[in-house]
Design a protein around this ligand. Structure first.
Ligand code: URA
Length: 266
């Protein structure tokens, strides 16, 4: 038998199928019907009609009323920290962030807690995780040189800075922090800012901008003063970006000068 069908017959058959409601004849993926599980045999028809029983309700979603909310827990612990030592201790015993399990050290902060400038980065990398101090790797060394160029430094007796990160634990393979991780660690960062009480904040890269300004897009934001917890905040390129993109150092230099000038006013 000739199995070929002419185009008119095929079109008419398709139109008929569409009219009958079969208007999605092609799935996204081919289906191997031979591999499909066999349909269970139908039970023999009951002699008597089935009683009129309502279909079983789906299992209800079980919400554990006592399961802790990581963000609420973080808020409560951060609010209870009266000083930086207590805040560090509160973070050290906060077990809701899985990053902690893979990290060697809690990376809390470095520099002078009485500094007028607080720099906030993203998260520790490999070197910081090993040493337990923020910005000690290549990006950190560049940051130190940039700060020195405007007479500042974490160990400077006259113009000290204080440095921390949004996340105190290293993300695996230095991946970007997730929104959940940022949300649960933000209460600690906000308390950290309140306790240090800097005159001015520097947000290095997209992660601190996302966490504290609710926005990303450092290329458009850098160099423009923002407000974080009632104090001026300058978004600027992250030093790791400057290592990869040396020509952006020109903009970073302009931002450093703006920070230096603003410090004379605040
Ligand atoms: N990058 C950061 O954002 N923070 C560090 O501490 C090191 C590198």
């Amino acid at each position: 038998m000739d199995r070929m069908m002419d185009v008119h017959t095929a079109t008419a058959l398709l139109a008929w199928q569409i009219e009958m409601g079969a208007d999605e004849p092609i799935g996204d993926q081919p289906v191997n019907r031979y591999a499909a599980p066999q349909a269970a045999p139908r039970p023999a028809a009951a002699a008597a009609p089935a009683p009129d029983v309502a279909p079983a309700a789906p299992d209800p979603v079980v919400i554990d009323p006592v399961a802790p909310d990581p963000v609420a827990e973080a808020r409560a612990r951060a609010a209870g920290a009266a000083d930086l030592g207590a805040l560090k201790a509160a973070l050290a015993t906060y077990d809701y962030c899985d990053l902690k399990k893979g990290a060697r050290n809690l990376v809390f902060a470095d520099g002078d807690p009485k500094a007028r400038v607080m720099l906030i980065g993203e998260a520790p990398g490999r070197d910081e995780d090993i040493e337990g101090r923020p910005f000690v790797g290549r990006a950190g060394q560049l940051l130190d040189r940039m700060l020195a160029a405007i007479g500042m430094g974490r160990d400077s007796p006259t113009a000290p800075v204080y440095i921390t990160n949004i996340l105190p634990w290293r993300p695996p393979q230095n991946r970007d922090p997730s929104p959940d991780e940022i949300a649960m660690l933000l209460p600690f960062v906000e308390r950290h800012i309140a306790l240090v009480d800097p005159a001015l904040i520097v947000l290095m890269g997209n992660t601190p901008c996302a966490a504290l300004l609710g926005r990303r897009g450092i290329t458009g934001m850098r160099g423009k003063w923002q407000t974080v917890l009632n104090r001026p905040a300058m978004p600027m390129f992250h030093p790791a970006y400057l290592l990869r993109t040396p020509h952006a150092k020109r903009e970073a230099w302009a931002d450093l000068l703006a920070i230096q000038a603003r410090l004379r006013e605040v």
